[in-house]
Design a protein around this ligand. Structure first.
Ligand code: HEM
Length: 439
């Protein structure tokens, strides 16, 4: 296994950043066409239609929003250069001044730019069920913009500092509060903060460049690390889509007891999964993601830690949740937990896989070859989790200006507790790994 992992990690390659045009792909059209054939295909097709008619999701930004909403984009682009600093201060009073200054700037720009009555009127109109003033892709981009503004207000300065981490609650400007419930309803999430979807999937334009950057003016290495922090999640979804189609077909074939088709489809899905994982291994490297910069300049901003609510975690990505759901790797998050960060269409897809529980069905039907194919997929997932855990340890650098925090678990600990960021995260990931080892 050690040699397999070292082979995996030695393979660093540059990925071409192609322009992703607006033409739906052949695969997209196939999935939409097949949507009426069975319920698994139906949920997959809905995932795509609710993700900007694409997968990975395709958000569109200011140019597709009604004009009052475009002002939010202007505000973000104006505040972005004020967020990151090269050197963090270790002085709490100095950091408080900095946070308050950024928040005052954001409030002033919002007051200057945002026409509240027009925004309310527009959001009401766009929310009517028969209204197509703003396409779904526009809603996704707007969600990304508002989430970025809310996270910017929440932290005030990057790298994030303990002075902001210590806040337990925070009042947001009304310009940032008013649109939020409209977004929550339209997208189907409940968190007051962002998610992997808003901050990564929906934060790239058609050229796959970051729209709401948090490393403005910091230089090439910071920018590249920020880009890959989102791009890697998106590109593995590019590779995973063919597999989603095949696992949905395999579930259907097993349901109707067509064993030869179940087996051959799972074989293909296993090959496709290899391709997606290889892309992850090839690109999670120190060039794309500089270890000393990831935690201070990318991860911190993704946290939330207000009123006990978690921020963004890699765990909110769809590939791994799809595999956990398809393969019955428990415990699954509660509906309430998952609704915080996962848009409704993503949850519906996962839940239809969970409800079927293919490994339990295969066991009951006793088809050895189906079980073997599914076990092979479990092994691939287990190896990936080990590889990811090993790789991510390089990113757990110590930062004196902040408390220990995993963005996803919002685990901000008291300084008197003698655990490092690293051990907190590694313990958490070991728990995740033990789930899968013991299934
Ligand atoms: C971009 C580079 C990445 C870095 C530096 C990174 C780092 C981390 C860290 C530190 C954690 C633990 C903290 C937490 O839960 O918030 C984590 C969790 C996780 N990450 Fe990543 N990650 C990266 C990319 C990815 C990608 C592309 C995927 C999916 C294909 C992924 C999937 C996960 C999952 C599923 C978890 C939750 C633990 C688990 O289920 O095993 N990560 N990641």
């Amino acid at each position: 296994m050690a040699s397999l992992l070292s082979w995996i990690f030695s393979r660093a390659s540059a990925t071409s950043l192609a322009v992703h045009d607006n033409e739906p792909s052949i695969l997209y059209n196939q999935i939409i066409r097949e949507g009426s054939e069975h319920h698994f295909a139906g949920r997959l097709a809905e995932l795509l239609t609710n993700s900007g008619n694409a997968w990975p999701p395709k958000a569109t930004h200011a140019e597709t929003w009604p004009s009052p909403l475009r002002k939010y984009n202007i505000v973000y682009q104006r505040i972005a250069p004020f967020l990151p600093v090269r050197e963090s201060s270790l002085d709490d009073a100095e950091n408080r001044r900095l946070i308050d200054k950024t928040r005052a700037l954001i409030r002033a720009l919002l007051e200057e730019e945002i026409p509240i009555p027009a925004v309310c009127e527009t959001l009401e109109e766009c929310s009517r069920y028969d209204n197509d003033t703003m396409p779904m892709s526009g809603w996704l981009g707007f969600y990304s913009c508002l989430a970025s503004l809310r996270h910017a207000y929440r932290w005030g300065v990057l790298p994030v500092v303990r002075e902001a981490q210590n806040e337990k609650s925070l009042q947001f400007p009304r310009e940032l509060d008013i649109p939020w419930p409209y977004i929550q309803r339209r997208v189907g999430i409940t968190s007051p903060g962002g998610s992997l979807s808003s901050n990564s999937y929906y934060n790239l334009d058609a050229r796959r460049e970051i729209v709401y950057s948090i490393t403005s003016g910091m230089g090439e290495e910071h920018n590249r690390t920020e880009l890959w922090n989102g791009l890697l999640f998106v590109e593995v979804e590019d590779k995973a889509l063919p597999m989603y189609r095949h696992i949905s077909q395999a579930a259907h074939f097993l349901e109707i007891e067509d064993y030869p088709s179940t087996i051959s489809t799972l074989e293909i899905a296993n090959e496709e999964l290899k391709v997606a994982f290889k892309h992850f291994y090839d690109n999670m490297n120190d060039y794309n993601l500089v270890p000393s910069l990831w935690l201070p300049y990318c991860q911190g901003f993704q946290g939330w830690t207000l009123e006990g609510i978690n921020g963004v975690s890699g765990g909110q990505n769809i590939l791994i949740r799809t595999l956990d759901s398809f393969l019955g790797i428990r415990p699954w998050p509660t509906e309430e937990e998952e609704a915080l960060h996962l848009p409704l269409a993503q949850r519906n897809w996962l839940n239809c896989l969970r409800n079927f529980d293919i490994r339990a069905v295969a066991q009951k039907k006793g088809n050895e070859e189906v079980i073997k194919q599914l076990d092979h997929m479990v092994t691939q997932l287990r190896l990936w989790r080990m590889g990811h855990m090993r790789r991510m340890q390089r990113y757990q650098v110590h930062r004196p200006e902040r408390n220990k925090m995993t963005a996803g678990k919002s685990l901000v600990q008291d300084d008197s507790v003698q655990t490092s960021d690293e051990s907190v995260m590694v313990n958490h990931l070991k728990q995740m790994l033990s789930r899968i080892v013991h299934t």
